[in-house]
Design a protein around this ligand. Structure first.
Ligand code: DAK
Length: 258
């Protein structure tokens, strides 16, 4: 098994497990971590012994979003050239079922990562949100499209425009989470579900996953293209840099509308 700095990759029976492992920063998704995550997932996808894959941060936190410190000085061109989005696109090509095992915060890119998976299992302490608006940004990795399709326009707008978070029970009620489990059991329950999937016929599993993804994402790519460009564009605003700097300095932002 490959060695990584920011993620742990392991196998339990026929289930691959990738654990985000940057707990002091609440698993904020820095660039190198994203690269490792995608490499680890592709490695497990290519392994014939693995039939399903769990992505988790363990029982405390899933991921509090992209690393704001990485982005606070970025220009739109910096964001474009970093090509982190190319990494997200690779995640969409994983052919085996992906289970997000979410405990604690799944915010911004963390929530978007969970929504790239096929099934979301939430711990009772899970908190889902797209709070980018609070730092002068908007979702940039599919949140405006996938959240809206998952829970409906009006609740998605409430979350994206105000930064409101959903509890695990609310996520279950509105179709974002498929199951809620006690937080100390989050990984065990997700692996148990993975083992159940691993017993299913692999070709049918793969094609059914693809069909569901097509149902969910048909023409969503146009929306994601629009979202991505507007996300980059926000890096040309003073307010985005003020919002991110205020987060880093732990103060309230002052927005000028510029
Ligand atoms: N980035 C960097 N550091 C973070 C972080 C983040 N997103 N979230 C938390 N941390 C760090 C904090 O700075 C702190 O570090 P130290 O100061 O101790 O060194 C540590 O984690 C613990 O955080 P707190 O002290 O803030 O903990 P609290 O329990 O008080 O608060 C919180 C927890 C999750 C409510 C709070 O940390 C928070 O609001 N975090 C930010 C959440 C957020 O705004 N997330 C969205 C980020 S923007 C892209 C597409 C999409 C994206 C990027 C690129 N492309 C198209 C290229 C995605 C963007 C985002 O996700």
């Amino acid at each position: 098994m490959a060695e990584y700095e920011y993620v742990l990759s392991s196998i339990d029976g026929a289930v691959g497990i990738v654990t985000l492992n940057r707990p002091k920063q609440l698993n904020a998704l820095a660039g190198p971590m994203m690269r490792e995550l995608v490499d680890a997932l592709e490695g497990l996808d290519a392994n014939q012994d693995v039939r399903a894959i769990v992505i988790t941060g363990g029982p405390t936190v899933f991921a509090a979003g992209a690393d704001i410190k990485d982005m606070s000085d970025a220009t739109p061109v910096d964001m474009l050239l970093r090509n982190n989005i190319g990494l997200w696109d690779r995640l969409k090509k994983v052919s085996k079922p992906l289970i997000a095992a979410v405990a604690g915060y799944a915010l911004g890119g963390g929530c978007e990562l969970a929504m790239l998976c096929d099934i979301i299992v939430a711990a009772e302490n899970a908190r889902f949100g797209q709070p980018e608006i609070n730092i002068g940004l908007m979702p940039g990795a599919g949140g405006t499209q996938r959240l809206t399709r998952s829970i409906g326009k009006f609740l998605a707008a409430d979350m994206i425009l105000t930064g409101r978070m959903l509890s695990a029970e609310e996520a279950l009620q509105h179709g974002l989470a498929a199951r809620v489990v006690p937080h100390e059991l989050i990984v065990d329950e997700a692996v148990r579900l993975g083992k159940q999937l691993a017993k299913q016929p692999p070709v049918a599993l793969r094609l059914a996953k693809e069909a569901i993804t097509r149902a969910f994402e048909g023409r969503v790519d146009d929306g994601i293209e629009f979202e991505r460009k507007t996300f980059y564009l926000l890096f040309a605003t003073q307010d985005a840099h003020e919002g991110m700097q205020a987060f880093i300095e732990r103060r309230q932002p002052t927005y000028q509308g510029r």
